[in-house]
Ligand binder design. Sequence first.
Ligand SMILES: Nc1ncnc2c1ncn2[C@@H]1O[C@H](COP(=O)(O)OP(=O)(O)OP(=O)(O)O)[C@@H](O)[C@H]1O
Ligand SMILES: [Mg+2]
Length: 251
Amino acid sequence: MVHKIELRNVTKHFGEVQSLRGVDFYVDPGEVVGLVGDNGAGKSTLIKIITGYHPPSSGEIYFDGQKVDQLTVPKARELGVETVYQERALSDQQTLWRNIFMGRELVTRLGFLDVRKMREETNRLMLESMGFTSTAVSPDSIVNTFSGGEKQGVAIVRALYFEAELIILDEPTMGLALSETRKLLRFVEQVKDAGKSVIFIDHNIFHVYEVADRIVVLDRGRVAGQFRSDELTLNELLEKMQRVAHTGSLD
Ligand SMILES: Nc1ncnc2c1ncn2[C@@H]1O[C@H](COP(=O)(O)OP(=O)(O)OP(=O)(O)O)[C@@H](O)[C@H]1O
Ligand SMILES: [Mg+2]
């Protein structure tokens, strides 16, 4: 299978700090990859290279098997990469429909904002994809009344609507209540069912184990190991994580 994205031998240093050391990493279409590792392991740096925010110091980046030489943020977006951050995901004082279409508004043939269409589409997405059944929520609801999990759900649905191919969630469950976390994990399942790829970063190994098809362990800028979630039990995973912390290796 051609990987959705692949990094080959990627290194990143910030002055003296070596954040990534010869990292090989890939995500397949329709695959959820969990990225785990201690604070400072390099997870966010890896993500920022994939989103075009940081250029790698060395190494190669491939999208759909094609080498991309100068990945920028707009280029990554064009290639279908969307990142959902909990806090920056939405504009709080705006309505739901404005948030969905922000920056990519639908217009009529004459070039006017097609408000009716955007409200209709929002209503459809709410029912079909976001699972909003509450009668309190409408396309005209102001999103600051939404819970953290609902906001992230909106951000994910928006990414899907605009045909993201790879959705990156960096610490999405941080600060979420239990029921919100459940909702978020269901969104991840939906993204996968839609055939899209996900990179899921979370300090809570239970969440990662639950949603990920494959788990990649980073340790001090290196890939310490990886395995399919169905190859090992949660207890085995926890044991391996402890071993990595002590020895830097999974074996
Ligand atoms: N812009 C930067 N300038 C200098 N050093 C950086 C920069 N970004 C990251 N680093 C360093 O690179 C290393 C990896 O950081 P990174 O944020 O990728 O870790 P992480 O795995 O996401 O950690 P956490 O779990 O705490 O979010 C750290 O030592 C960090 O201090
Ligand atoms: Mg991080």
